[in-house]
Design a protein around this ligand. Structure first.
Ligand code: FRU
Length: 477
């Protein structure tokens, strides 16, 4: 580590330590979701299982809950249930990253853990430069910076060029990267290298104006590319999509295209864009394939430019968290997402089980961290009031599931809706200040932060006719 790095690491921990007292007393701290120790967390980065251990890095401002500084924080886990905070992986110490060690990914490079990330540089006039940089580690904890491996922009693109996601295939290294054309359209470019040091830009693999998309946002952030079952998947977080009925309801989206890619021809034939999550907070997800061959996704439970300053945790010195890890599957038409099996380890004691006649309703007492599975095959329309703060309701005639909560800014009710032809099952993960709803075995997911009163500890079920079965567990922290 250079002197400058040592200095930055020490200063960041000192500031984090100062905030810790307030942060740790906040009742909205999550029990089993990953959060920043202090300050602000955004994108998951460098997500990998390396030499048996899961590593999740994250965009981190240790100093305070805003976006001014971007470090890479670091958590590790043996089992996806218990996580340990590690020393800072990257601090913006060098000229090529002076305005932030932005998002990126990781890979095993000849037995070392290599990080490929965007060095963000801005001058006095706010002009940007973007460098794709390498850092390597022998022990997975201490990283040595090797500087930029790509230091120029391809012709026809602006400096909104970032978030490389790297993989190895047939002996070559590839990365996809989020880009913006000079016509202000979002694209994903493909790069290849034989040695990880010299990279060739092969051109755009997807973007607006391809595959009949037309205009589709002004910038695509955080791409991810992989094979899932018999289909190729491209995940992106496009910015600038217009809101449509029940679609693109958040400031920015995150979703996927399924299709067939030919990397040699730099071609990806794909179908329509599907949102990965139809709730309020979800962005910039990243996936990895673990040693069991599972494709696991973690997303940021937040969205850029979305009034985060009104979240009540900000005044306690922190903001945002990650989603739980979700295992992905695809039948070639959609992706389904389910909580990784390991999370069953969080279940404590015997479950509460009951059959609820909807015309009578029911009120169950829950702990802030709980898992609830509802079999709704026999249910007519119904509502769930979650800790007197959020509401989930299904209308069978319209085939619409609606999630509502008070808006952070002014307390007005706001909603997100998604279409579910036949609702058969809901699986809810509640934590102190979040909820994740998996619909019909993960065909759709709705994720949200919410901030219930401390004493609010019930889930109220009501409806018109039919019945549902309820099974719930208290979850350990
Ligand atoms: C997405 C993003 C990335 C960027 C990072 C900076 O949320 O804007 O494109 O690398 O956050 O923190």
């Amino acid at each position: 580590m250079t002197e400058r790095e040592k200095e930055l690491h020490a200063e960041a921990w000192k500031e984090a330590e100062k905030l810790k007292n307030t942060v740790e007393k906040d009742p909205y701290r999550q029990q089993y979701h990953l959060m920043p120790p202090s300050g602000l967390l955004n994108d998951p980065n460098g997500w990998i299982q390396w030499q048996g251990t899961y590593h999740l890095f994250f965009q981190w401002n240790p100093y305070r809950p805003d976006h001014q500084h971007k470090f890479w924080g670091h958590y590790t886990s043996a089992d996806l249930v218990g996580w340990q905070l590690e020393p800072i992986a990257l601090a913006p110490s060098e000229w090529y990253e002076k305005n932030g060690c932005y998002s990126g990914s990781s890979i095993d490079l000849n037995g070392k853990l290599a990080l490929l990330y965007t060095g963000n540089v801005k001058d006095e006039n706010n002009n940007r430069e973007s460098y794709q940089c390498l850092a390597v580690s022998e022990n997975g904890i201490d990283f040595e910076k090797k500087g930029p491996v790509v230091d120029e922009l391809p012709e026809g693109y602006t400096a909104h060029f970032r978030d490389p996601k790297v993989w190895k295939e047939n002996g070559s290294y590839y990365f996809v990267i989020g880009a913006q054309t000079e016509n202000l359209e979002g694209e994903v470019l493909l790069y290849r290298s034989e040695d990880f040091h010299t990279w060739e830009c092969l051109g755009p693999i997807a973007g607006a104006q391809r595959n009949g998309l037309g205009r589709f946002g002004y910038m695509w952030e955080c791409p991810d590319y992989f094979r899932l079952g018999s289909t190729d998947v491209l995940i992106v977080s496009p910015q600038g999509l217009d809101r449509e009925e029940m679609k693109y309801e958040n400031t920015y989206q995150a979703g996927y295209f399924l299709g067939n890619a030919d990397l040699q021809k730099v071609d990806f034939q794909h179908g329509e864009f599907h949102e990965l999550d139809e709730g309020f907070e979800f962005y910039a997800p990243q996936t990895t394939e673990d040693e069991h061959g599972r494709r696991i996704l973690i997303g940021w439970m937040g969205v850029p430019d979305s009034d985060e300053e009104y979240q009540p945790t900000v005044k306690e010195g922190w903001v945002h968290c990650m989603t739980i890890p979700r295992e992905l599957h695809s039948d070639g038409t959609i992706i389904t997402q389910s909580p990784v099996k390991e999370l069953e380890e969080l279940r404590e004691g015997t479950p509460l089980e009951m059959r609820i006649a909807l015309s009578f309703g029911a009120e169950a007492v829950v702990t802030p961290a709980s898992e609830i599975i509802l079999d709704t095959k026999e249910a007519g329309d119904f509502q769930l009031k979650l800790r007197d703060e959020a509401e989930l309701s299904y209308n069978g005639a319209d085939q619409i599931l609606t999630l509502s909560r008070p808006r952070f800014r002014d307390g007005e009710k706001e909603t997100r809706k998604c279409r579910v032809d036949r609702l058969e099952e809901l699986r809810l993960y509640l934590d102190s200040s979040s909820l994740e709803v998996f619909i019909n075995q993960g065909e759709k997911v709705m994720t949200a932060r919410y901030f219930p009163e401390q004493h609010a500890n019930t889930v109220k079920v009501s409806g018109a006719d039919g019945s549902l079965t309820w099974k719930s567990w208290e979850l350990k922290s």
